[in-house]
Write a new protein. Structure first.
Lengths: 182, 384, 390
């Protein structure tokens, strides 16, 4: 029997072929909406964001303080035990300077997504957010940052109630050594 | 069937119209705990996990991302099937029979109440080039099928109405059911047409819920503490996805799936060898069409006569959908088939309370994935 | 327990392209037919069909697996669509393997397809919905974010420079020049890669695989059938898959533990103790340049943080000690998500049969590993294939 295909199957099209109407297309915009139940853990997380605070769940067996919070410990496979407020400061675990928007538009000023290890949560426990009020060239792994919140009346109970995380002047630390809970 | 496989644990939350108090993860965690307790195992013992889910029903792409933690599956073999929970059972059976693993968990759930535009999502499943531009409501496909099915088989609308009446009334005895109601065939005949000849009361309504099932190899099942229910055969199949070229009468997917399962289970006369059926009734006529495809009647018209004369009632000769079916329990997306498995496990373990049938030893569950699909699966279970 | 032996007996794929004239069903059919032809078999001889495809949003279809069933040969047959995001293309082989190994089937056709060009204005936009709907999507993340975050973490942890990673693009795009299905084969230098615009620092455009349309398929058969239809079956010696936690921001992204676990699952099954010595070819998943290195480490084919050095030393070249992505990988051949993983399995099939034409790895390779990856940097899927029937 033959090995790899001698004749390559498939017919490439250029964008111009579409624009010139060389081939027919049908267009469709899906009309799809959801209202997701946030449940106990994330429901409380959002409520506390509205209050300007970050909250975590703690598992007494493995002693981890987890953010985003969850009602079960995935390591111990048991219910988590208690709510713990954590701080709105943290350490940049990793970051990027992104010059492309989510729908692939080119950006002049980069978005700066980062994983931020949250103070008061267990070491390595981070959340994804964006950095702001910082020169992109000066962002470093290990940089200390603090949440910049929307004014209380504008908060809606969303992760975007934190506008961004901004650097705490002049501080860097080793990643994975976030401060222990107060 | 080589290398026997058993269901050793089930966790099952009552189906409900809405479940606003828990996230899908929290629902899954709750039912996983229940299933593992029932099976007498720890999550850490499970070797492989299967979740049955569709991205668009969840509102999340690549849904398997969101499945491991709440089942105890972190850093374990786990995958999704975008099919019914019965396909998941078949998947788990094959994993065990291959000799790869001995303990597999299958999960499916529904947060149908979170979908604000269910008909638009179904529309998104319709062929984008041929059919979508026509702009019909996808449930109309069921109206088309019912019409030709009645025409070809001689089954009457009144006989179909008996299906709704039986199943919703059965659901009154099932604490897991979301839509129980004391219903007579006349009540159905009084309800308005939705997609002629299909009436509104003949269409199952969606509900939220979650089912977790634990399957084990022969050795594991025998060594365990729970009462095993044996999987005697699994089958699954598709007919054509094209509306223009499928078989509208015979539910071919169901017939092919049943043949596959019967071959493994050594079943030659399903009406005699199987004592209890849980079959898909997403639309009332589907129960009859599926019973014919399962080989219960030599003449299709007998399916209509059987339901009208009470043969398929719980105290009849061939009980069908004692649980209340989808019409009574609710349609729980990909968990629909697993709710049926949960019912059969309860019956075969003699734990079905007010619904308990005295003599059921071999039972069959069958699923269909709804319009516009021709995707179905069959599982045959037995208590010995 | 002794397992039933299963072999790959045929492989086929379409051209990978930015935009295909063919519909998703037609793409699936072309690949399926190619695989059947290569096995000298017809659809009647196939007892079950396994389908793989990634997010429904690309092809613009809910229940996309159902729509694709007949294009994949699933008409009136047992049909399953398995799904682990980007890991699907290799996982589907494992799915097909246990279907046959279970004894319920003697043959299986595995077909993976993706038509990303359907999604407008750009397929990348569909990736928004892979993020957590409540805690992440409101930030409007894109796929580049998480790759860039992971690459940065990998670089920061080991002190790796961007130019070391750029070499992967150079190697793979060059390898792809020999692949008849390739979308982006090219002769480039490290300088060219670094001169391409920054998408999301540290990721440059030429370090990213393209969006593609395409399909790939293989035919699997149990021992007796395999030996009847071909004198060169390629045996599936091991399969493995592993899913890590959803909470990716709680993990250290510098190393893919889930790939290691999936790899050991497959290696144990294949009786491999020293992967570096016992594997002749690797096809690790390379949607982004650094991922190939990251995955070679996860596959135990390079010590942690040392893959860039081995790459620079030529170990992973086609004529090197351990050729990696001789196909040209996703960077060169293209990345129609699920189909790309299966393309890697097709490549092992052709390489191990000595039928890879201008891409043939020298020295009669006897065993190869293919791997894919996906979700929120979370799932590893691995298949070990070889000429020896274990
Ligand atoms: Zn714990």
């Amino acid at each position: 029997m033959s090995g790899e295909p001698r004749t390559v199957r498939g017919t490439p099209l250029e964008l111009a072929d579409l624009k010139k109407g060389k081939v027919f297309t049908t267009a469709y915009v899906p009309k799809i909406q959801y209202a997701w139940d946030t449940g106990v853990a994330i429901g409380r997380y959002l409520e506390e964001l509205k209050n300007g605070r970050l909250i975590a769940r703690r598992c007494q067996r493995c002693q981890r303080t987890m953010v985003p919070p969850r009602m079960f410990c995935e390591r111990c496979f048991r219910s988590t035990d208690e709510w713990v407020y954590v701080q709105d400061t943290g350490t940049v675990n990793t970051f990027s300077l992104c010059y492309v928007s989510w729908d692939v538009r080119r950006l002049k000023t980069p978005e700066i997504p980062a994983v931020i290890e949250i103070d008061g949560a267990s070491p390595g426990m981070g959340i994804m957010h964006v950095l702001g009020k910082v020169n992109p060239k000066q962002v470093r792994v290990g940089m200390r940052v603090r949440a910049v919140w929307k004014p209380p009346p504008q908060r809606t109970g969303s992760i975007t109630d934190i506008l961004y995380f901004a650097p705490i002047k002049g501080k860097t630390t080793k990643v994975g050594t976030a401060k222990k809970p107060r | 069937m080589p290398n026997r496989v058993a269901i050793i644990g089930v966790g099952c939350t009552p189906a409900q119209p809405t479940t606003p108090y828990l996230s899908f993860k929290e629902l899954m965690f709750q039912e996983a705990e229940r299933a593992y307790l029932d099976a007498g195992i720890e999550a850490s013992e499970v070797e492989s996990f299967v979740t049955c889910a569709e991205d668009l029903n969840e509102g999340l792409s690549i849904f398997d991302e969101y499945t491991p933690d709440q089942l105890g599956a972190v850093q374990k073999p786990m995958h999704t099937l975008t099919q019914d929970g019965l396909h998941g059972i078949a998947d788990a059976v094959m994993q065990i029979q291959s000799g790869l693993v001995e303990l597999v968990v299958v999960e499916a759930h529904s947060k149908a109440s979170n979908i604000l535009t269910p008909e638009w999502i179904l529309d998104y499943a319709v062929d984008p080039v041929w059919n979508r531009p026509l702009g019909f409501n996808p449930h109309a496909i069921a109206g088309l099928e019912m019409n030709v099915f009645l025409h070809e088989t001689g089954i009457t609308p009144d006989q179909c109405a008996h299906v709704t009446a039986k199943n919703r009334t059965n659901a009154l005895r099932n604490p897991l059911a979301a839509y129980p109601a004391r219903t007579a065939p006349g009540d159905v005949a009084d309800s308005p047409y939705a997609f002629y000849p299909l009436r509104e009361t003949e269409m199952a309504r969606t509900a939220d819920g979650c089912v977790v099932v634990v399957l084990a190899s022969d050795d594991r099942a025998r060594a365990g503490k729970s009462q095993p229910v044996w999987v005697r055969g699994v089958g699954f199949a598709n007919d054509s996805s094209t509306l223009e070229s499928r078989d509208w009468i015979r539910a071919e997917y169901c017939r092919v799936a049943a043949q596959m399962a019967y071959r493994q289970a050594g079943i030659h006369n399903p009406g005699r060898d199987i004592h209890l059926f849980e079959v898909d009734d997403t639309y009332a006529y589907k129960e009859l069409q599926h019973l014919v495809a399962l080989g219960l009647y030599s003449r299709p018209g007998d399916a209509g006569r059987a339901v009208a004369s009470g043969v398929t009632k719980p105290n009849g000769e061939t009980p069908v959908n004692v649980s209340g079916g989808a019409l009574g329990m609710g349609l729980t997306l990909e968990a629909t088939g697993l709710y049926r498995v949960a019912e059969l496990v309860a019956q075969l373990r003699k734990q079905a309370g007010a619904r308990q049938l005295p003599h059921a030893k071999v039972a069959l569950a069958q699923s269909w994935r709804g319009v516009p699909t021709t995707s179905g699966a069959v599982v045959v279970l037995s208590s010995e | 327990m002794s397992m039933r032996r299963v072999a790959v007996v045929g492989a086929g794929m379409t051209k990978f392209m930015r935009r295909a004239l063919e519909t998703p069903k037609e793409l699936a059919w072309l690949a399926a037919k190619g695989a059947l032809d290569s096995a000298g078999m017809t659809l009647d001889q196939i007892q079950g069909v396994v389908h793989g495809t990634a997010p429904d949003a690309f092809d613009g279809l809910h229940m996309k697996g159902e729509y694709l069933s007949e294009g994949s040969g699933g008409w009136k047959k047992p049909y399953l669509r398995c799904y682990v995001g980007g890991g699907t293309g290799v996982y589907a082989i494992a799915q097909g393997w246990f279907q046959v190994a279970s004894g319920l089937f003697d043959t299986a056709l595995v077909v993976c397809e993706e038509k990303m060009s359907t999604c407008l204005p750009h397929p990348q936009a569909a990736f928004l919905t892979i993020f957590d709907n409540i805690t992440e999507q409101p930030l409007k993340p894109n796929l580049l974010w998480i790759f860039a975050l992971e690459q940065n973490r990998y670089m920061a942890r080991h002190g790796i420079r961007v130019e070391e990673i750029a070499r992967v693009s150079v190697k793979n795009k060059r390898n792809a020049l020999g692949h008849p299905s390739a979308q982006l084969g090219a002769e480039l230098t490290v300088k060219d890669v670094l001169a391409s615009e920054i998408m999301a620092w540290p990721v440059h455009r030429l370090m990213v695989s393209p969006t593609s349309d395409g399909a790939a398929a293989v035919v699997l058969a149990a021992e007796d059938v395999a030996k009847r239809v071909t004198d060169k079956p390629v045996w599936i010696q091991g399969v493995g898959w592993c899913l890590d936690t959803t909470y990716w921001t709680n993990r250290d992204l510098y190393y893919p533990e889930y790939v290691e676990k999936a790899a050991w699952m497959a290696y144990h099954m294949a009786g491999i103790r020293e992967p570096r010595q016992e594997i002749n070819i690797a096809e690790p998943y390379d949607p982004f340049a650094y991922k190939e290195l990251h995955h070679l480490e996860g596959l135990q084919l390079a010590p942690k943080g040392k893959a860039p050095q081995l790459l620079a030393d030529g170990v992973f070249d086609r004529d090197g000690d351990l050729p990696s992505s001789p196909s040209g990988g996703l960077l060169g051949v293209g990345n129609p998500i699920a189909a790309a993983g299966t393309m890697k399995v097709c490549e092992l099939f052709w390489q191990l049969r000595g039928e890879a034409g201008p891409r043939q790895v020298p020295g009669k390779p006897r065993r190869g590993v293919a791997q894919a990856w996906g979700d929120l940097m979370q799932v590893g899927t691995v298949v070990v294939m070889g000429t020896a029937q274990l």
